[in-house]
Design a protein around this ligand. Structure first.
Ligand SMILES: N[C@@H](CCC(=O)N[C@@H](CS)C(=O)NCC(=O)O)C(=O)O
Length: 223
C-alpha cells in the first residue's frame, strides 16, 4: 500500500538519522504492519529538536519515534501500534481469544524478554565500539543473549512462524532479530536465521523498508 498523505493513519518518524540507523528506526514496525494489512498511512517527519520539545513529548513522553495516530486513537510504542493496526485487519491476528493471547504473548516476549538483550549488544557494537567497558562486558552480554535466542529457537523449531500464520508477533520478533549485531552468534541458530529471512522476504517488509529509507533527508534537519 503506498504512502497516502490523506490516510487517517499517521506515523511520525525522524526526517533524518545517521547512516548506521537507516533501516532500523522503529517506525519500520507500524509501516510493515500497514503494508501487511493493506492500510494506507501518512508520514509525519520531524527533526530531533521537535522530538525533544514539550509539545511532542505530550505525544511521546520520551521524545522518541515513532508516534502514531488514526481517526480514533493516539499512541506511542511501536509494539502497541502494530497491535492496533492488527486490530483493524484480519491479516495479522488470529480469530479467537486463544490465538490472540498467544500473539500478544509473543509480541510482549520479543519486546520484553529478547529486545533488551539484543540492545545491550547493539549498545556496545554500534554505539560504543571502542569503549573499554564494552570490551569487558561483551562476553557476558553475548552469553545472556545466547540464552534468549535459544529460547526463541527452541520454541520455533521447524515452524514457519511463531504462532500459526504470519502475525503481528512475527513483525516484532523479526525486527528484533535483525538487530543482532553478531553474525556468529546468530549462526548458532539456523532456524532463527531462516525464520528472520522468511519474514524479511515478504513483499510488505520490502515496501516498508524502502519507504523508510526513502523518507530520510540527505542532510540533518534542523528542527
Ligand atoms: N520502545 C520504543 C523505542 C523507541 C526508540 O527507541 N526510538 C528511537 C529510534 S528507533 C529514538 O527515537 N531514538 C532517539 C532518542 O532516543 O533520543 C518503541 O518501540 O517505540
Amino acid at each position: 500500500m503506498p504512502i497516502d498523505p490523506n490516510a487517517t493513519i499517521e506515523i511520525t518518524s525522524f526526517a533524518w538519522v545517521p547512516e548506521l540507523a537507516r533501516g532500523f528506526v522503529r517506525d519500520l514496525r507500524p509501516r510493515w504492519a500497514c503494508e501487511e494489512a493493506g492500510l494506507g498511512y501518512a508520514e509525519r517527519l520531524i527533526g530531533f529538536e521537535t522530538a525533544k520539545g514539550e509539545d511532542y513529548r505530550r505525544e511521546q513522553p520520551f521524545g522518541q519515534v515513532p508516534a502514531y495516530r488514526d481517526d480514533e486513537v493516539q499512541m506511542f510504542e511501536s509494539g502497541a501500534m502494530v497491535l492496533r493496526i492488527a486490530e483493524r485487519s484480519d491479516k495479522l491476528m488470529p480469530e479467537g481469544a486463544a490465538g490472540r493471547s498467544r500473539v500478544l504473548t509473543w509480541v510482549t516476549a520479543a519486546l520484553n524478554s529478547v529486545e533488551p538483550f539484543v540492545f545491550d549488544l547493539v549498545d556496545i557494537d554500534t554505539f560504543n565500539p571502542d569503549a573499554e567497558w564494552g570490551k569487558l562486558r561483551r562476553p557476558q552480554v553475548i552469553d545472556n543473549l545466547r540464552g534468549r535466542l535459544a529460547g526463541v529457537s527452541g520454541w520455533l523449531g521447524e515452524k514457519e512462524y511463531l504462532e500459526g500464520d504470519f502475525s503481528a508477533a512475527d513483525i516484532i520478533m523479526t525486527t528484533v532479530l535483525r538487530e543482532v549485531s553478531d553474525d556468529a552468534l546468530l549462526a548458532e541458530f539456523p532456524n532463527l536465521i531462516a525464520y528472520r529471512d522468511r519474514c524479511m522476504s515478504r513483499p510488505a517488509f520490502e515496501r516498508a523498508l524502502n519507504a523508510q529509507l526513502a523518507s530520510f533527508a540527505p542532510e540533518p534537519v534542523p528542527a
